[in-house]
Design a protein around this ligand. Structure first.
Ligand code: UDP
Length: 358
């Protein structure tokens, strides 16, 4: 199959601004290539694919980013800037897709979904967020009524934000296991990884670290400076160790030294890439029982699920984290979330989408 992928219109691949979609895209490309498919990627200027994905063809587009939907009001209208990156990527994607089997959209935005109603080319959408916009959810509902196979989700709980889809396609996610080295570091520090933005709830993890009199190592792009400094000021100086945004290789080396990852989302996290990346390094995860992490973490086996927003519950699980066997964590990823498993799920889904157009 020839598959044309459209990346996120927020940040170039490698910037970290696109969040989990950046890694998901690379994992998917890698899985699709290893199954023998041909892949074109349309992405913002300055984007780079992983070295191992050199067989994919990268087409870059210049333009203005979209505003991320999780930072707008639920009822906001769609806005498209002058020289829109999203429109540019879509134009290029549609053009290349004339010679391909399917256009696979990974941006969570209105325009590519609306386009599904208006072109003959099959456009399949990996929805990477829960319902963050009324106008997008209503559009998904409308398109779904005409093209019931064209949407896939990362987790069941994410898909439950779109209740008009009775039998959602769930594809999970995939991780290149060679990129993560298992480390048996029982006495390491506490870790938190993610975009530093309100929906990620960093403050609750800092609370737990502070109660234990420990530092919290924080990796990721600081997306919201005001939010970051507000948290910093609410706790004793030095409680947060800002480690910056690292490449996957650098991140996994550091993350693998930690004894636990705290994952404290305040929204219906679609999946939670960082949870699986930690597990792949052998690091157990304590997360709120909410969103994708609640489907990934095996309570008592690969980490613990705390009551949502209950910081004391989070803390109580940190105190017993050594009960988790780190080997179980890595094993779960090998059995459930490799790039091959992911790419096979995506291909089964894409075949259904394409058949619908025949
Ligand atoms: N990440 C990274 N380097 C860092 C911190 C984070 O590459 O120093 C990546 C991480 O690998 C993951 C993404 O940032 O793929 C965060 O994705 P996640 O699904 O956890 O949340 P999202 O940002 O999509 O809401």
């Amino acid at each position: 199959m020839r598959i044309v992928l459209i990346s996120t219109p927020i940040g170039f691949l490698g910037s970290g601004k696109g969040g989990g979609v950046e890694l998901t895209l690379n994992s998917l490309v890698s899985g699709l290539l290893s199954l023998g498919h041909s892949v074109d990627v349309i992405a913002p200027k300055k984007s780079k694919l992983n070295d191992s994905n050199e067989k994919a063809k990268l087409h870059v587009v210049e333009g203005q980013d979209q505003i991320s939907w999780q930072h707008q009001n639920y009822n906001s209208p769609v806005s498209i800037p002058d020289n829109s990156l999203l429109a540019g990527m879509l134009e290029k994607g549609l053009d290349i897709a004339k010679q391909a089997d399917v256009l696979l959209n990974m941006s969570y935005d209105w325009l590519p979904i609306w386009m599904t109603l208006n072109v003959e080319i099959p456009i399949a959408h990996i929805i990477s967020m829960g319902s963050e916009s009324l106008v997008i959810s209503n559009l998904i509902s409308k398109v779904h009524a005409k093209h019931p196979y064209n949407f896939a989700f990362h987790s069941k709980i994410q898909a439950s934000d779109y209740p008009f889809i009775k039998k959602p396609t769930i594809i999970g996610n995939g991780f290149k296991l060679d990129n993560y080295i298992f480390q048996d570091s029982l006495k390491g520090p506490l870790a938190w990884v993610g975009r530093v933005a309100p929906e990620k709830g960093l403050e609750d993890a800092v609370f737990a670290a502070n109660e234990l009199g420990e530092k919290l190592n924080v990796w990721g792009v600081i997306e919201d400076e005001t939010y970051a400094s507000k948290i910093e000021q609410s706790f004793p100086k030095g409680t947060i160790d800002w480690m910056g945004f690292l490449t996957t290789d650098e991140l996994q080396k550091e993350l693998g030294k930690c004894r636990v990852l705290l994952n404290t989302p305040k929204w219906n996290e679609a999946y939670g890439n960082v949870v699986v990346e930690a597990l792949a390094c052998g690091v157990p995860v304590i997360a709120y029982k909410r969103g994708g992490p609640s489907e990934i973490i095996q309570h008592g086996q690969t980490g613990y699920l705390a009551n949502p927003d209950d910081k004391e519950s989070l803390l109580s699980y940190v105190e017993i984290i050594e009960k988790i066997k780190r080997k179980n964590c890595r094993e779960w990823v090998e059995k459930n979330a490799s790039t091959d498993i992911f790419a096979n799920k995506v291909m089964n889904w894409l075949n259904k989408v394409i058949n619908e157009y025949k």
